[in-house]
Each structure stands twice: as structure tokens, then as C-alpha cells.
Design a binder for this molecule. Structure first.
Ligand code: ARG
Length: 288
């Protein structure tokens, strides 16, 4: 029971696209029907995670904060430590106080231990830009469009883990989780054009060729890289057949969910969730 994956998701009833802080968002085309479709889509994602054995805690919606449905951006969480996010755009900064209160409630319930803040003047958008790689025991850390490079040493100090910086170079793939997804077993699904040349070289040097699964333009634009991985299962927005086959060839099975309303805001499965129970492996004992 205790080792079932634990996620948070947000009630989508106040979700819409009413401002534009990334190129996917088109407030002028948003309709009330899409909010209804979003509620159904969020429920389907929750059901898919639960069907994989996960537990899901729900955060209440807040009117005027539509992007609260993307709790991956709320914080980085590892080993029951929480580093709260600071958002780049004023449109999302109101979420900070909401998520802070959420984490204090989770702490009171014993689900997390420590809650840390970023120093002033730095931005960091949580697990959207800091992805834990369980096989390599490190954080892949995106920076540029949203998170500050200067926040990376704070991650290092807070969690005591290796941080691998990856500069994001495209305004369409503005969080690391839109273009990079480490999978159980050490493979990595990623979209090279989203990265600076230096970041591409870092990935090539750290991930063996046989472990690289390269997403096409079409697969990345369908937000399939923004996936939740549980063992050999990969829960994602509906993929092109090409990606199903690619992942299958590497031993993974796709669980597809229709997340179209959220893609219109520039997000999908991974960022609609935040995993709370990730733990690093204990450091090898000097006596072992
Ligand atoms: N509309 C949101 C934004 O631009 C979408 C966030 C998606 N989150 C993510 N981690 N990819 O901030």
C-alpha cells in the first residue's frame, strides 16, 4: 500500500485558456464546451493512473487561476522535501500561495517533511523543469524560458543530488517536461530540437545511443513526451501510431488519454500531475 505511487492533481472546474503565456494558448478560441471537455479529460487521466495502481490526491480549484491544473509546476519534490516554485509570469504567480498552503496541509498529514523556498530574484517552475531520473539518480534541470539557471544550485543544495543543466531553446517547448522524459530502465524519450546545442551534447554524452528514443515533430507537438511513466507503462496524450510502435520496440506500452483541452494550454499528462513519493536510493554505505 505504502509503495503505491502518489500523485496530486487539481480539480479542473476553473480551467480555461484566458491569457497567453506560451504559443499554444489561444484565449480567443476557447469555449465553455472546452471547459466541460477538460473535466472529462482530467477524470480520464486520474482513472488511468489509478488503474496503474497509483493514488491521487486532489487540490481544489481556484477561480482566476486556470493553470492550477498543472501542479507539476508547483514544486520539486524528492525524499519528502519540497522546493516551492516561483513562477516567471504574473498570470501564474497567484498559484504560489495556493500551492504553499497545499504543501503545508500535506505536511500536517505526514505526506511530506520539509518545505523550502527559493531565494528572491530566482524563478523555478517545479517538476516541470526538474525531472528526477531514478536510474541515473540525478535531476535533469531545464532552464531558460521559465526557470532561471541560477535556481539550479538551489536544487543541488536542497536535495543534495546531482543536477544536469539543460538549456531550453524553443518557446514552444518552454518546460523540460514538454520535451524530455526519462523512462524506467534508463531509456529517455526526448525531442532534440527543443534544446540548445550544448544541452543536446549533454544528452548525447549522458544517455547511451541505445537508450535514446527520439520524438518526431509530430509526436512532440501532440504533447506525448509530457508523459507519466510507471514501470513499463507510459501514460500520455493520444500519440501518433509511430510513437506507440517506437516505445513498444523499446519494451514500453502506451496508455493513451485524450487530453486535447489541456494541450490548448500547452500541457498534458506529466504536468497535470505531481509525484509526491519519489525517493532517492540511499547512499552506498562505506562499510558495504
Ligand atoms: N499554460 C501553462 C503555462 O504556460 C501550461 C503549463 C504546462 N506545464 C508544464 N510543466 N509543461 O505555464
Amino acid at each position: 500500500m505504502a509503495d503505491r505511487p502518489l500523485f496530486v492533481m487539481t480539480d479542473p472546474c476553473c480551467f480555461d485558456v484566458s491569457y497567453r503565456i506560451n504559443p499554444w494558448m489561444k484565449p480567443e478560441t476557447w469555449t465553455a464546451e472546452q471547459t466541460a471537455a477538460a473535466c472529462a479529460a482530467s477524470e480520464t487521466l486520474r482513472g488511468a493512473l489509478e488503474a496503474e495502481g497509483a493514488r491521487v490526491e486532489t487540490i481544489g480549484a481556484v477561480k482566476g487561476l486556470p493553470d492550477l491544473v498543472f501542479p507539476a509546476n508547483a514544486a520539486v519534490v524528492l525524499d519528502r522535501k519540497v522546493l516551492l516554485a516561483r513562477f516567471r509570469y504574473p498570470e501564474r504567480q497567484g498559484e504560489e500561495a495556493v500551492f504553499r498552503a497545499v504543501f503545508h496541509r500535506l505536511k500536517a498529514r505526514g505526506l511530506v517533511d520539509e518545505i523550502h523556498d527559493l531565494p528572491d530574484g530566482l524563478f523555478h517552475e517545479g517538476a516541470g523543469d526538474a525531472i528526477w531520473d531514478r536510474d541515473r539518480q540525478l535531476f535533469w534541470a531545464g532552464f531558460g524560458p521559465r526557470s532561471s539557471r541560477g535556481a539550479l544550485p538551489v536544487l543541488r543544495k536542497t536535495f543534495g543530488q546531482e543536477i544536469v543543466p539543460l538549456e531550453l531553446a524553443s518557446d514552444r517547448f518552454y518546460h523540460l517536461d514538454t520535451c524530455f522524459c526519462p523512462l524506467a530502465g534508463g531509456k529517455v524519450l526526448y525531442y532534440p530540437p527543443a534544446f540548445s546545442p550544448e544541452a543536446q551534447a549533454t544528452i548525447l554524452s549522458r544517455v547511451a545511443e541505445a537508450d535514446r528514443i527520439v520524438a518526431s515533430d509530430e509526436e512532440a507537438a501532440a504533447f506525448c513526451v509530457n508523459a507519466v511513466n510507471l514501470g513499463e507503462r507510459v501514460v500520455m496524450a493520444r500519440p501518433p501510431q509511430s510513437l506507440r510502435e517506437k516505445l513498444q520496440a523499446h519494451g514500453y506500452t502506451v496508455v493513451a488519454v485524450d487530453l486535447d483541452p489541456f494541450i490548448l494550454s500547452g500541457g498534458a499528462a506529466y504536468c497535470m500531475t505531481l509525484r509526491l513519493d519519489r525517493a532517492s536510493a540511499p547512499a552506498a554505505s562505506v562499510l558495504a
